[in-house]
Design a binder for this molecule. Structure first.
Ligand code: CP
Ligand code: NVA
Length: 311
């Protein structure tokens, strides 16, 4: 049987994505009101372990995988790569083979996407993408869960993405294509999605429109999204230029007025308040950012169950 990795949204069919989301929803409902440290009644991953390697900082991904795995009855091991031999140049294939002998599953947050793919190629256990420079599929599962909770459905929801296009945008383009959401992206030249990903979306029937006009992107949207203007893989030297170029793409109350009156606002967090979005929007009635953060736990659990048990 092939190993069930979780590397990119595009590796999954519509039915597979919906099955993972349904499990996330069931798990969330089943433990309403329980202390967060208490295991789910069925503790389905008792005896299983998850190792996590972080080559970049993380709050949500680290906490949600850790508590999520514990709620499923499993064990977690969390490492910063700087404390590992991989941080001193041990090869990725050797690291993959060694860790595969010791734990049942592995999550990595890293830089180049090729590092993730190489790890998965040489691992004999499921590997989960906890974010690379190119994609962030776990985030998108939580976003989809949040979208469905607040809009009642996923298919047909018009998604507006404004500002810098990076890993989260790319995984969203893949999800929107597979699940039938028109996606409207407003970003300046040089900050737009990777051409390969737009090409993949076109080849797979995606309805993805890219404009340099933020108002055009947001007009009539069901959900408005943005992300930091300076991602973890961007250099400090890019900061000033990025802020100057992206300032016209700030999500503020005026821009939100162009979306549907009941549109929601999402942000994967961490937010740089006053840059890509104002406090008024982040803390306003349309914002669902903390539901989105909480749903990382529920979505992560469904991803772990997919990888370790199959859904
Ligand atoms: N959204 C997200 O992945 O957050 P962290 O970087 O805190 O994990
Ligand atoms: N685009 C952001 C996402 C953080 C969760 C980054 O890569 O820093």
């Amino acid at each position: 049987m092939s190993i069930r990795h979780f590397l990119d949204i595009r590796d999954f069919s519509r039915d597979e994505l919906l099955a993972i989301l349904a499990e996330a929803k069931r798990r969330k409902q089943a433990r309403a009101g329980k202390p967060k440290g208490m295991a789910d009644d069925d503790a389905p991953l008792a005896g299983h372990s998850l190792a996590m390697i972080f080559e970049k900082p993380s709050t949500r991904t680290r906490f949600s995988f850790d508590i999520g795995m514990r709620q499923l009855g499993g064990e977690t091991l969390v490492f910063n790569s700087g404390d590992m031999q991989i941080g001193r140049g041990e090869s990725i294939p050797d690291t993959a083979r060694v860790i595969s002998r010791m734990v049942d599953s592995l999550m990595i947050r890293t830089f180049g996407h090729d590092r993730l793919l190489e790890l998965a190629e040489h691992a004999s256990i499921p590997v989960i993408n906890g974010l690379t420079d190119l994609s962030h599929p776990c985030q998108i599962m939580a976003d989809l869960q949040t979208l469905e909770e607040h809009r009642g459905t996923i298919e047909g929801q018009v998604i507006a993405w404004v500002g810098d296009c990076a890993n989260v945008t790319h995984s969203w383009i893949e999800a929107a294509t597979i699940l039938g959401c028109p996606m409207r992206i407003g970003a300046p030249e040089g900050y737009q999605p990777e051409p390969d990903i737009l090409e993949w979306a076109r080849e797979h029937g995606g309805d993805v429109f890219v404009t340099t006009d933020p108002v055009e992107a947001v007009r009539g949207a069901d959900c408005v999204m943005t992300d930091t203007w300076v991602s973890m893989h961007h250099g400090e030297d890019e900061l000033k230029r990025r802020i100057a170029d992206l300032s016209p793409y700030q999500v503020n109350a005026e821009l939100m007025r162009h979306a549907k009156p009941d549109a929601i606002f999402m942000h994967c967090l961490p937010a740089h308040r006053g840059e890509e979005a104002t406090d008024e929007v982040l803390d306003g009635p349309q914002s669902v950012i903390f539901d989105e953060a909480e749903n990382r736990v529920h979505a992560q659990k469904a991803i772990l169950l997919h990888c370790l048990r199959g859904l």
